[in-house]
Design a binder for this molecule. Structure first.
Ligand code: ZN
Ligand code: ZN
Ligand code: ZN
Length: 90
């Protein structure tokens, strides 16, 4: 029997509690006039980007490019954090 093991995130030290959201929408989509589905805020620098269900996936792109793996949901009423590298809720 295979036991599902919860992976641990090794990036928790990149979380800053005092980040300020860079915009009220996905910065990159706002620039190009594109639409997004949901928003994610980078917990290292505050970059706001769109989720993986959006066609541009700017939050994921930012995580790869800037090396900032952890985002939180920027949707009203949602309070969870996600690590793009480990693919776990942190
Ligand atoms: Zn991680
Ligand atoms: Zn976007
Ligand atoms: Zn960032």
């Amino acid at each position: 029997m295979r036991v599902f093991q919860r992976q641990n995130c090794t990036h928790l030290d990149q979380i800053r509690e005092d980040v300020v959201p860079s915009a009220q929408g996905c910065e990159d989509c706002l620039r190009t006039g594109d639409k997004w589905v949901h928003l994610r805020e980078c917990l290292t620098c505050g970059h706001v980007g769109c989720c993986d269900s959006s066609k541009n996936k700017h939050a994921h792109m930012h995580a790869d490019e800037a090396g900032h793996p952890i985002v939180k949901s920027f949707e009203p009423g949602e309070d969870w954090r996600w690590c793009f590298v480990d693919e776990v809720v942190v």
